[in-house]
Design a protein around this ligand. Structure first.
Ligand code: GLY
Length: 349
């Protein structure tokens, strides 16, 4: 299955199938015909996987960066760009990100700034990478002050989503990815009952189609693309606070799942949806095996502070919320209401 992200001359396909990684040679031959060198950016554990058998058709170098969120730092970016320079990667050459969301974010950002921009191909190997991070051209690294605070838009030449890579994905990473799938399912207005009939490839395809359509209509997040941040205001706040404590405490998708359950409760408190919508959200999360329990040690004032620092906020509290006319961005939400909903959500049995 191919999903096209339609951006005029920068359009590209997201290929979703078993063995998609073997399409790299053809992708680079057609989309980067003058390239001579491919720098494949990945982590040591992925490099050791049985499916790591990439052929680019070019002189290729595998560059290893730290595992997980540790890859997304300015220090790692600098080290990676130094390596690209040592390899004399030229403006005709290509960076290939092979990994989860953290690696595709880092590889994408390096490709966007090295020599003021070189070509990029993405091979996401996690569910989060396939359904969200590797599609749409957002690239970034983290600062101590928050996630993804330094980045750029840089669209890839193509994205190869190969289900073979999911066979070695740890269970916790798979579940984390389902947080982003739940977001897409809910944004599509789908019900929990229909999940039983959906296979993992169906869910990936549905999510990629939704994201592809939104990015095609609003590449730079002037409007509709902001809806992809559903569940992310609280999700990012939870993630920022947990990253400061222990990098393994809460994965992105786990935080998004909690953020989705919170967002529908906030929408209900604002009179935007009825209680049945809370039930549907909870059932979707449950059916996908996701927990919506708030970590009890994270204080309401700490979360409110982190949410006002969200890069989508404008010195206020901004949420994507369901409503009578569908989903929308709601700004200037009353902090005391948010605090009350957070407190009662945390206290739920
Ligand atoms: N992850 C949200 C977006 O790509 O817009």
């Amino acid at each position: 299955m191919n999903v096209t992200v339609d951006l005029a001359s920068r359009s590209y396909d997201v290929v979703i199938e078993h063995g998609a990684r073997h399409g790299l040679v053809e992708l680079l031959r057609f989309r980067a015909p003058n390239a001579q060198v491919a720098a494949i950016v990945t982590s040591p554990s992925l490099h050791a996987q049985p499916w790591f058998d990439f052929e680019s058709g070019l002189t290729q170098h595998v560059l290893e960066v730290p595992e997980g969120e540790g890859a997304k730092s300015l220090a790692t970016l600098e080290a990676l760009c130094e390596q690209l320079a040592t390899l004399r990667l030229s403006r005709d050459d290509v960076v290939v990100g092979v990994g989860g969301g953290a690696i595709t974010d880092l590889a994408g950002f390096a490709a966007s700034v090295y020599l003021r921009g070189v070509a990029l191909a993405q091979v996401p190997t996690s569910l989060v990478g396939m359904v969200d991070a590797a599609i749409g051209g957002k690239t970034a690294v983290n600062l101590r002050a928050g996630k993804n605070l330094v980045g750029a838009f840089h669209q890839p030449l193509g994205v190869l989503c190969d289900f073979d890579t999911l066979l070695t994905l740890p269970e916790r990473e798979r579940l984390g990815g389902l947080g982003e799938v739940a977001k897409c399912w809910l944004l599509e207005g789908r019900r929990a009952g229909d999940l039983a009939a959906a296979s993992l490839p169906d869910l990936v395809t549905m999510s990629v189609q939704l994201k592809g359509a939104i990015v095609s209509a609003d590449e730079f997040e002037g409007g509709r693309r902001a809806l992809l941040n559903y569940g992310h205001t609280l999700g990012h706040a939870l993630e920022s606070l947990s990253l400061a404590r222990d990098v393994d405490e809460l994965r992105h998708g786990e935080a998004v799942a909690i953020g989705l359950a919170f967002a529908v409760r906030l929408a209900h408190a604002l009179g935007r949806v009825d209680a049945q919508e809370i039930v549907n959200h909870d059932e979707v999360l449950l059916a996908l095996g996701l927990s919506s329990r708030m970590p009890s040690h994270m204080s309401t004032p700490g979360l409110l502070d982190a949410m006002t620092r969200d890069k989508k906020a404008h010195h206020d509290l901004t949420f994507v919320l369901a409503g009578p006319e569908g989903f929308g961005v709601v700004r200037h939400v009353d902090p005391s209401l948010v605090a009350d909903v957070l407190d009662s959500f945390r206290g739920e049995p």
